[in-house]
Design a protein around this ligand. Structure first.
Ligand code: ZN
Length: 344
């Protein structure tokens, strides 16, 4: 009986190895005949050996053989299904079809636009500065002339992390960090991510990119500010872009001005334009002369030095430049949208 059991086990092992090599109709039939053929199949021969066993051994031996038989049949069937599918796939492959195009990655559209803006300022002799996205209350508010509990803080309210740490609401803290370390002349732009407590809509996002500029030197006037922004907007949009300055308020500049350009989406022709609200103008920049108190906070003498600062939303401006009606498209990761900008 022991000898018989060994034979059954060996037969199973041999079959398990052989079945892996079945790849087509031909090898399938060959293997099936080798094991299940009614005349000389290995299994058939084992069944014949049953007769030589003692009567009390026969039931158990028969059970072993039947189990082996269904094992072999089951494996053969599943193998057949497998190679049948492979064959079907091979039939579907048409090697005369053109190859599939693979897309290379590319910088994000907002990043490409940021580089476009940076290049304009680099050509005017500005340098690029960066700073931390997690700021202290002092750099984000205090040093920029937002006293505690001042209502101006409400517009910039944000996510506090722990104690006086918060996600910066603007890139302006970097102005302070640079002026603390360096004496004028200063001529910098500061791009980066900022955070606000906004509900996302076509023109607002809780996280967006800002770029601001700061110029500090002797004899800097509002005329320098105006000339710089005019040159910038004409280079970025077009020579005949319409622009206007409106009085505004920022705690860190005095006087302050908001800068509008003629609506690039409806060209001031659509009273129901979602972007300009039908006014024909879109607000694009905040700007102003650096408040003397800010200079005092960083030990720069406001009697000697003056300066101007300005800031814009990169995503927001990209939306106007590319004539996109909803800023949220930039962050939906729809490649059909993103790829439109790759060739620019
Ligand atoms: Zn419009």
């Amino acid at each position: 009986m022991k000898n018989f059991e060994n034979k059954v086990n060996k037969c199973r092992r041999d079959f398990d190895k052989a079945v892996l090599r079945v790849k087509d109709e031909k090898s399938f039939h060959e293997l099936r005949n080798l094991y299940l053929s009614r005349k000389r199949g290995r299994l058939t021969l084992l069944f014949k050996e049953l007769n030589a066993l003692k009567p009390e051994e026969k039931p158990k031996a028969g059970q072993l053989l039947n189990r082996l038989k269904s094992h072999i049949q089951g494996k053969l069937e599943s193998r057949k299904k497998k190679y049948a599918i492979t064959k079907e796939e091979a039939r579907k492959t048409d090697i005369t079809l053109p190859g599939r195009k693979r897309y290379w990655g590319s910088p994000h559209p907002v990043h490409l636009f940021q580089e476009e803006i940076e290049n304009i300022f680099l050509s005017m002799g500005y340098s690029v500065e960066e700073g931390p996205e997690i700021e202290t209350d002092y750099y984000n508010f205090g040093a920029l002339n937002f006293p505690p509990h001042h209502p101006a803080r409400d517009d910039w309210d944000t996510l506090y992390i722990k104690g006086d740490l918060l996600l910066r609401t603007h890139t302006s803290p970097v102005q302070i960090r640079v002026m603390e370390k360096r004496k004028p002349p200063i001529k910098i732009i500061i791009p980066g991510k900022v955070y606000r407590k906004e509900t996302p809509d076509p023109t607002h996002l809780p996280m967006f990119y800002q770029l601001e500029g700061l110029v500090v030197d002797k004899g800097i006037t509002f005329a320098h500010l105006k000339g710089t922004l005019e040159y910038f907007l004409k280079t970025l949009f077009s020579e005949n872009v319409k622009m206007r300055f409106r009085p505004g308020f920022f705690p860190f500049t005095e006087p302050s001005a908001e800068v509008d350009i003629g609506c690039t989406v409806c060209k001031a022709k659509d009273e129901e334009c979602r972007v300009c609200g039908g006014s024909g103008w879109i607000e694009i920049l905040g700007s102003g002369m650096v408040d003397p108190q800010v200079f005092k906070n960083v030990n720069i003498d406001p009697e000697v030095y003056t300066g101007f600062a300005f800031g814009l939303g990169i995503d927001r401006t990209a939306m106007f430049a590319y004539q996109i009606a909803d800023m949220r498209y930039f962050y939906e990761n729809d490649l059909r949208f993103n790829r439109q900008f790759f060739l620019k």
